[in-house]
Design a protein around this ligand. Structure first.
Ligand code: FAD
Length: 464
C-alpha cells in the first residue's frame, strides 16, 4: 500500500509524483514505456531539437546577409536526428535522477485497475490511498480511406524519419501540423498543408492563423484552408491525396503524407470501468481540483477532459492533483494558459481571443504593434509579425495577448502574468521593458489602443 500511485510518467505524471513526494507522500509511479512520456520522447522536445537544426541550416544559408561568408551548406539529417536523440536521452536521464532523488518508486509495466483502490502491473498488485491517472493521449485517426497506406505517417513516425522525402502533404493545420510544415519546408521539402477549417490554428485568435499563413507561404509552403482530405491512394510510387473545398475537388501528389489532426485521450484498456471512473471519448471527467467522480481517483493531462493538450497544462494539473491528495486545497484556473507554436516565425497566445472577448459581451479594445517597427526584430533579421493586446473597455483590463514573431514564445509569460494579476493596459504600458527586445512591442501594443504607440510605424488593420 502506498499513499499515491501515479499511472503514466509523462509531463503530468512525473511532475505529480515529484510534488507528492515533496509533500511527504510515499509515491509509486507506473510507466509502461519511457520516462517523460510523449512530450519528452515523441513530442515537444524532439520536434524542437529538429526545428533548431533546420533553423540553423536556414540561418547559415542566409549568412551572407549578415556579413558572414560561408559556402557548401547542407543539412545532414542523420546528424540532426542523432543530436535530437542526445537531447532527449539527456533530459530523460535527468527525469530519472529527479525521481530517484525524491524517493519515488518507479514501477515498469502497464497498470490496469481491478478495483478503485488496486491496480495490477504484470503479476504485482499495487494498492494506494489515492490514484492519479496520467495516461496521456495518442494520435487521432480520422476515417479517411487510404490512411493506412505505407508512407502515411503519424507525428511520431515523422519525427523518426531516417531519410527525408522530396515532398510531403500534411493533413491538419493546428499547432503540430504547422510545426511540421516549418520543419520540412526549412529542410527543403515541397510541403502542402491542408486545413479543413477556414484558417490555420483555428482555436486561436484569428489574426494569428492569418499572419502565420502569410509567413508560411513566403517560405513556399502551399497552404490550403477550407479544404477537406477525402482519400489517399498509391499512384506511380507516390501518394495521391484527394481533397475537396465547397466548390472544387483536387489532387495533390507527395512522397509522404502526415496525419496531424489532433490527439485522443488514452482511456481504453486499463480498467477504468473496474475503478468506476466516468469517462467518454473526450477523456476522463474532472473538476477544477482534478478529481474524478471516484473520490480517491484523480486525472490529469491529455487524458482529462478539457480544451488544452499541452505539456505545461499537464504538469500544472499534476501539481494541483498532488497537492489535493496530500491534504491541500489547490485548483486549476484555465483563463491564463499560454499556448505556443514553434513555427517560423513563432506564434504565442494567452487569454481570450478578440472573438471570444466579443462573444462574452465585453466592450473590446484592441491594440497591435507591427514588428517591422521593432529594433530587436530588425537587428535579428526577422522583422516579421506583430503583437496584439485585447482588453475590456471600462478599466482597460487585459484579457488576451497574441503574437506572431521571432521568439515570441519567450514573451508570452508576461501576458500570462498580466492576465493572472488582472493587470490593465496602463500597467502594461507603464512597465519598463528592456531595449532592444521583442517584448517592447507588448508595451507599444498596449499604448496603441489609444493611438499612443511611440514607435508606431504603421497601424495594423488586423481584423477588419
Ligand atoms: P503523456 O506525455 O502522453 O504521457 C502519458 C504516459 O503514460 C506515457 O508515457 C505512456 O506510456 C504512459 N501510460 C499510458 N497508459 C499507461 C498504463 N496503463 N500503464 C502505465 N503507463 C501508461 N505540448 C506543449 O506544451 N508544447 C509543445 O511544444 C508540444 N509539442 C508537441 C509536439 C508533438 C509532435 C506532439 C505529439 C505533442 C506536443 N505537445 C506539446 C503536447 C504534449 O506532448 C502533451 O500535451 C503532453 O505530453 C501530455 O502529457 P501527459 O502527461 O498528459 O501524457
Amino acid at each position: 500500500m502506498v499513499d499515491v500511485a501515479v499511472i503514466g510518467a509523462g509531463s503530468g505524471g512525473y511532475v505529480a509524483a515529484l510534488r507528492a513526494a515533496q509533500l511527504g507522500a510515499q509515491v509509486a509511479l507506473i510507466e509502461r514505456d519511457q520516462l517523460g512520456g510523449v512530450c519528452l520522447n515523441q513530442g515537444c522536445i524532439p520536434s524542437k531539437a529538429l526545428l533548431r537544426s533546420v533553423e540553423v541550416y536556414q540561418l547559415a544559408r542566409k549568412a551572407a546577409r549578415f556579413g558572414v561568408r560561408a559556402s557548401g551548406m547542407t543539412l545532414d539529417w542523420e546528424a540532426a536526428q542523432a543530436r535530437k536523440s542526445r537531447v532527449v536521452q539527456g533530459l530523460r536521464g535527468g527525469v530519472g535522477r529527479l525521481l530517484d532523488r525524491a524517493g519515488v518508486e518507479v514501477i515498469r509495466g502497464e497498470a490496469r485497475f481491478v478495483s478503485p483502490d488496486t491496480v495490477v502491473v504484470g503479476r504485482d498488485r499495487i494498492e494506494a490511498r489515492y490514484f492519479i491517472i496520467a495516461t496521456g493521449s495518442h494520435p487521432a485517426r480520422p476515417p479517411i480511406p487510404g490512411l493506412d497506406l505505407p508512407g502515411v505517417l503519424d507525428s511520431q513516425q515523422a519525427l523518426e524519419l531516417e531519410e527525408l522525402p522530396q515532398s510531403i502533404c500534411i493533413i491538419g493545420g493546428g499547432a503540430i501540423g504547422v510545426e511540421f510544415a516549418t520543419l520540412f519546408a526549412g529542410a527543403g521539402l515541397k510541403v502542402t498543408l491542408v486545413e479543413m477549417l477556414p484558417r490555420l490554428l483555428p482555436l486561436l485568435d484569428h489574426s494569428l492563423g492569418q499572419g502565420l499563413q502569410r509567413s508560411l507561404e513566403w517560405r513556399r509552403v502551399e497552404v490550403l484552408t477550407g479544404t477537406r482530405v477525402t482519400g489517399i491512394e498509391a499512384v506511380d510510387g507516390q501518394l495521391q491525396i484527394t481533397m475537396t473545398t465547397e466548390s472544387d475537388e483536387r489532387q495533390v501528389r507527395a512522397e509522404r503524407a502526415l496525419c496531424a489532426v489532433g490527439r485522443r485521450p488514452n482511456v481504453e484498456g486499463f480498467g477504468l470501468d473496474a475503478a468506476g471512473v466516468r469517462y467518454n471519448g473526450s477523456g476522463i471527467a474532472v473538476d477544477e481540483r482534478m478529481r474524478t467522480n471516484v473520490p480517491t481517483v484523480y486525472a490529469i493531462g491529455d487524458v482529462a477532459q478539457g480544451r488544452w493538450q499541452l505539456a505545461h497544462v499537464a504538469s500544472h494539473e499534476g501539481i494541483v492533483a498532488a497537492e489535493n491528495v496530500c491534504g491541500q486545497d489547490a485548483r486549476m484556473r484555465y483563463h491564463a494558459v499560454p499556448a505556443c507554436v514553434f513555427s517560423s516565425p513563432e506564434v504565442a497566445s494567452v487569454g481570450l481571443s478578440e472573438e471570444e472577448a466579443r462573444e462574452q459581451g465585453y466592450d473590446v479594445q484592441v491594440g497591435a504593434f507591427d514588428l517591422s517597427g521593432n529594433g530587436k526584430a530588425l537587428a535579428y533579421g526577422q522583422p516579421e509579425g506583430f503583437v496584439k493586446v485585447v482588453a475590456e473597455g471600462e478599466v482597460g483590463q487585459v484579457l488576451g495577448v497574441h503574437a506572431v514573431g521571432p521568439h515570441v514564445s519567450e514573451l508570452i509569460s508576461e501576458g500570462a502574468m498580466a492576465i493572472t494579476l488582472e493587470a490593465t493596459l496602463e500597467e502594461f504600458a507603464s512597465t519598463i521593458h528592456p531595449h532592444p527586445t521583442v517584448s517592447e512591442a507588448l508595451a507599444e501594443a498596449a499604448l496603441a489602443v489609444e493611438g499612443r504607440a511611440i514607435h508606431s510605424s504603421r497601424h495594423l488593420l488586423l481584423h477588419r
